[in-house]
Design a protein around this ligand. Sequence first.
Ligand code: GUN
Length: 295
Amino acid sequence: MQLLDGKKVSEDIKNEIAVEVQQMKSRGEKVPHLAAVLVGSNGASLTYVGSKVKSCEKVGFESTLVALPEDTTEDELLAKVKELNADPAIDGYIVQLPLPKHIDEQKILLAIDPDKDVDGFHPTNFGRMALEMETFLPATPYGIMELLERYKVETAGKNVVVIGRSHIVGRPMSILLSRKGYPGDATVTLTHSRTKNIEAITREADIIISALGVPHFLKADMVKEGVTVVDVGITRVADANVPRGYVIAGDVDFDEVSKKAAFITPVPGGVGPMTIAMLLKNTLLARSRKALKGE
Ligand code: GUN
């Protein structure tokens, strides 16, 4: 069994980015600037956005955290999005999801300038991804593609089973792995909450990408020998034995499934750190594109 070590690979990527930023600085060029908008105080979102901002500092980017109260109205958030679109200092930004229930997520995502949409969530960028055009790939699926590539996991002609059809992970993952080229050229099955007899489908899989959010859902008797397993689950499970009161659990029963797997991601230290590294890569791309336009 080979561990797909997202922690290590993400550090490698961040080091590569830091070198590029150093070179930009020494040429007297502007360094990338990422902004993150956080509405409310969802615990997990606070942690993610905090890590995103901290990672910016580590690679030499500039960063701005826009923290708005839970009762921010849709119009107020739209005004902030317009302001970020117009701000020449900001190369790319994200609006952390989920948003409070009273705000229409799609309306906000549609208002983001696609050229600054480093999450790749705008329909223009999502469509470009499906059409195999140059775009910003959504960070989590992009990170999974990078992990598969850096560990040379074969994907052509393989049976890939994606569990979960979210717009952030499952749906884009299914598109990316069915695209032409490497990693891709796979035969993809997208499963979800209405899928019948999922075990029969996962047992045929050469590669399983699980983005369900149900701790330890994927058991050893649901996979075949030699499978590659990518665990996107990061559910907080209460645990009184640790100071912070919870532990992070993946979708996969790692101890048992790892005995049958050829490649597997751990949780934590697998997909999570890759997401942040790829967001930084997208922000670097946003800056380079602007520089090419003389901005
Ligand atoms: N919520 C969970 N994952 C993500 C992500 O990749 N980007 C944003 N903006 N929100 C998220």
